[in-house]
Design a binder for this molecule. Sequence first.
Ligand code: ARG
Length: 460
Amino acid sequence: MAKKLWGGRFDKETDPLVEKFTRSIQFDHKLAWYDVFGSLFHVDILTQSRYLTQAESTSLADELLKIGKEIQEGVFKEDPNCEDIHTNIQNILENKLGEVALKLHMARSRNDQVVFATKMYCKNTMKNLQTNIEELVLSIDKLLVENDGIIMPGFTHMQHAQPVYLKDYLGTYKKMLLRDAARLEYISINMKITMGAGALAGTPISSEEYSKNVNKIIEELQKNPDWEETSKFMKDFKVESTTNSLDAVSDRDFVIEIISALAIVAMHLSRLSEDLIIWSTQEFDFVEIDEAFCTGSSLMPQKKNPDVLELVRGYAGRLNGNLVSVLTMMKGLPLTYNRDMQLDKEPLFNSFEIVSMELRVLAGLIKTLKFNEPKIEEYLKDESLYATDLVYYLVDRKVPFKQAHTIIGELIKYSITSGKKIKEMSGEKIKEFSDSLNKEEIIKLFDPKKSVESKLSIKR
Ligand code: ARG
């Protein structure tokens, strides 16, 4: 049984099943590096407040940096018997340094520690995710340039609507991703990382001490070549003293905001996937997905399936579930810290992991898409795609819009029921629908390029 951070008031050993049930090390080991960072800050504060001598401070900081290096190098192995990663790191320090390590927990509680480490993890992971988003945006950009002139049928309700540029259609996903990036950035900037809450009521160390000393360590670490790379993300990183210690330990808004922003990213990626799944069907045949991004069937030898895209679509459900689970977990909690809150981490980590993986796999898939231009052009022969342009034509000839809408509606209906294209009808027949319809002129409107270029409201 691993040593606990508590126990003085207990006579009995904890039930083994309770040990297992309450443990979070199996997932919060991901916070190890951030916990070490928090401890380095704390050592600094205790030293400035004279709870630690300079010598004690140095030995604690050295040992913490050693653990941090092991974590960075991937050789740190968490102890699965510890209650959580915070206990694990404290136990290592106690085993290595003995009594001096017992002083480290002065004026701190895991309630504050866990928030600090989780916020730091979020800040770093959101920064990495921004890079993943940028990569996907770049690969969409490449696709847009390669397929610059392609015009395709635009859809509403999945029905033929009006011609649009393929670059505008796919550019929509770029816009969504840029909004996602901005949303994450906003959350990151607004997430205040604080120290000094203690368990809930604050600590005997003054807020001035926290504010004064807490950021020094960042500068020191940035000067240390071993940590230069890893502490880069801390350039704009700022720790503040808490202004409401109860709020500091009981707030999980940042988790909810992040997993909701991630659920939005996943929803966007799911829509993109759905479009590509439909476009890659034999029925549509707009696009070919590269074999490297498809899988086959164990029974039907001819199959080349878009499983990657289907999983992206499927995972969007998981992301929603993660959000709902944390919202539901939080809604009934009285202030301040309650153990329920330990359960915010798996949904948070899981949402980050899924979205990061999706962004990376889609960046590769998108880059290799091949559009079937002749097939897309084939669909543009559908005259109904230009019905709105015919309405605008009549409006330009002083026919009121609603009347023009009805006239063209009747013309299209006749075309469908008679099985005759408008192009095949005689000029006289067309005039029966409206005197203002001149066949020579209107057939020129069945032109994809003319149609898209006549839409002047788009600022390109
Ligand atoms: N592993 C815990 C969590 O993630 C740490 C906090 C435990 N605090 C306590 N007072 N029991 O929430």
